[in-house]
Design a protein around this ligand. Structure first.
Ligand SMILES: [Fe+2]
Ligand SMILES: [Fe+2]
Length: 225
């Protein structure tokens, strides 16, 4: 039996064990921007339920080891650079381009209807708006400037990678703030269906962004710095 390793970095742990992704999401542990922290440090800082998390993680690792090697999904670390970029574009960038405008419209709708009784929505709306603007520019930088360089193995990309990593940190902060301000996406009693959809979509956004930034910071970018 393989033991859940608390001394590896949190980013490595998801790379080696993709099955840990839902566990970290459940407990709100950031494995993308704070990817260089050890598992121990990350879970102590991000959750009050570290013992429970360790038990859940061990269970996931045990269950995945019982699957035959063939039926296991390919690990991201085994992907070629071309495959990684393709996956980032088709899964994460496409998702953001489709969802950010929808979420923005719905967010404005609930601000209009519920802002008077739920003043935290003004802050949520503003943080989301800034995040959307930042992310749109960020996607263009990756698609137009960085990824073409990586595909031709141009080594002159360190400064750009650094800049993009800083933008990831900024996005990570915004996602943490959104998680806190919505009390982990807990709906108020008087929430309408639109409110529900917004919180559901925000939750999806956090999960997708964690996986997206993890794929870039901890796997793709690490090959070039
Ligand atoms: Fe990206
Ligand atoms: Fe990125």
């Amino acid at each position: 039996m393989e033991k859940f390793n608390l001394n590896q970095t949190i980013g490595e742990s998801v790379t080696l064990h993709p099955e840990l992704f839902p566990v970290y999401m459940k407990y709100g542990v950031d494995f993308c921007c704070g990817g260089d922290r050890t598992v121990q440090e990350a879970i102590e800082k991000d959750t009050d339920a570290s013992q429970q998390l360790i038990a859940d993680a061990q269970e996931k690792i045990d269950a995945s080891l019982q699957l035959s090697v063939d039926s296991k999904t390919m690990k991201l670390s085994d992907f070629s650079t071309e495959q990684l970029i393709d996956r980032i574009l088709t899964q994460h960038h496409t998702y953001l381009k489709a969802e950010l405008p929808i979420l923005s419209e719905l967010m404005f709708k609930i601000l209009t209807v519920h802002g008077e009784n739920h003043t935290e929505l003004f802050t949520i709306h503003k943080i989301f708006g800034n995040l959307k603007t930042e992310l749109e520019g960020h996607l263009v930088k990756e698609e137009e400037f960085l990824f073409p360089k990586l595909l031709v193995k141009d080594s002159n990309c360190k400064a750009l990678i650094e800049e993009l990593e800083q933008e990831h940190d900024g996005a990570g902060d915004a996602l943490h703030q959104l998680t806190d301000l919505t009390n982990h996406f807990t709906l108020p009693k008087d929430a309408c269906t639109t409110y529900e959809i917004v919180y559901e979509k925000l939750k999806e956004l956090v999960a997708d962004m964690y996986m997206h930034v993890h794929t870039e910071n901890n796997i793709l970018f690490k090959r070039f710095v």
